[in-house]
Design a protein around this ligand. Sequence first.
Ligand code: NAD
Length: 335
Amino acid sequence: MHRVTLIPGDGIGPSIIEAARRIIDASGAQIEWVEAAAGESALHAFGNPLPDATLTSITDTRVALKGPCTTPVGLGFRSVNVALRQELDLYANVRPALAFAGVPCLYPGLDLVVIRENTEGLYSNMEHWIGNREAAIGIGVNTRSSMERICKFAFEYARSHSRKKVTAVHKANILKKLSGLFLEVAQLTAPQYPDILFEDRIIDATAMQLVRAPFQFDIIVTTNLFGDILSDLTAGLVGGLGLAPGANLGERAAIFEAVHGSAPDIAGKDIANPGAVILAGIMMLRHLGLLAEADRIETAFRNVLREGTSVTRDLNAETGVGTQAMTEAILAKMG
Ligand code: NAD
């Protein structure tokens, strides 16, 4: 029996997490779910968007499946998502962008992975107003040790997943120190992996190339903010946020979640695609060594996508079904 912390989150979170939980249970995976609260819902219930009990639970189980958590824009409490990654030192954010058969998308057959440094850069939480909001300062911090571990992680990931190439994405032409340190470390790490091709690219040119010719990329490794932005972009190349999962990995714990947020615009309407969080659940099962269970879900999920009828409206605008119906279709395929 594996103990896993389950965080429903906000907005569409509870409904898609419930879908993923049912599917994972139906796969035969022996999981004991330990429910914990985070986000706006936790703020209302406990007066704290990230209760100590939630951090303790993840430290204890070492694995969590998490729904998206709302972060107020421009004011209010600090992002729970960023806080979790920093508190638990989940330094590697792995975000695959995979085009599934049957899903209409810009680039059928695309299969790349964005690996994002998850704890530093411009997410240092050091921001100041100057004067009466006349100016604002935000401090980015990249340490050599964190740059080393994320670059090493990317090359090791490439090796263990039979990938051919790592592209380090930076802005070292302008941010000569903040981004320059990342580039320097990537260039020093690459020769230790002669079996993996290496190149570096500037972020702006990468964004354009990703839209025009994404097949030249395999693994992208980059710093925190660039990885956040590029992984939404790469999701858009393969069918949208509804199919983009992510893993936040560290030595002490791992949190699996969708790339997307709490989507307040569609919450409570039974139209959210549960796919991204189901794919995150598959990544979680593989992390736990439950390979057969992960394969069982993936096969059923791929079949539902291939048929293209029992999928949510973001994937089939004409005859798309609801979150619940898509979940039932996957469960039915699992037998
Ligand atoms: P979002 O990702 O929630 O939504 C962007 C767009 O994609 C919306 O139109 C939404 O309806 C659509 N969408 C997202 N997920 C979908 C799904 N599963 N099925 C169908 N459509 C889907 O981004 P946002 O609106 O900018 O952010 C909303 C909130 O989520 C914010 O408070 C933000 O801070 C938070 N957020 C949280 C996380 C996280 O928990 N890891 C990640 C990103 C954003």
